[in-house]
Design a protein around this ligand. Sequence first.
Ligand code: 5GP
Length: 120
Amino acid sequence: MPYDNNNIFAKILRGEIPCDKVYENEHVLAFNDIGPQAPTHVLVIPKGEYVSQDDFTNNASDAEIAALWRAVGYIARDVLDLADAGYRTIQNTGPDGGQEVPHFHVHICGGKRLGRMIPE
Ligand code: 5GP
């Protein structure tokens, strides 16, 4: 699937629509999810144009991949203070995975007991 420059996260990265920013560095932007499904629900996205988890790990540079995953851990532990209580990271991919926005993103969810990983 080719990257769609009109997806909502591309617009956030270009500053065309606002976000509630949590963290940013050279390669990564993180912001609160507009429809949180847990008391804490943050999205971490690469600044590069990658559709999905597999697109990202196949085509991003080592520096981008390291930056994204280091940022996820840093944000969970040091920005959101979730490390002791625990949290869940989620990457939805494609139709069966329930991916709505075709720009790769990692959900960080926490702040309560999250229950089963995959509902019956
Ligand atoms: P997906 O289903 O693709 O894994 O997750 C997409 C997420 O993006 C959803 O949790 C949804 O609430 C969030 N989202 C969709 N549009 C916006 C937006 O304009 N701003 C923010 N902050 N989050 C959004």
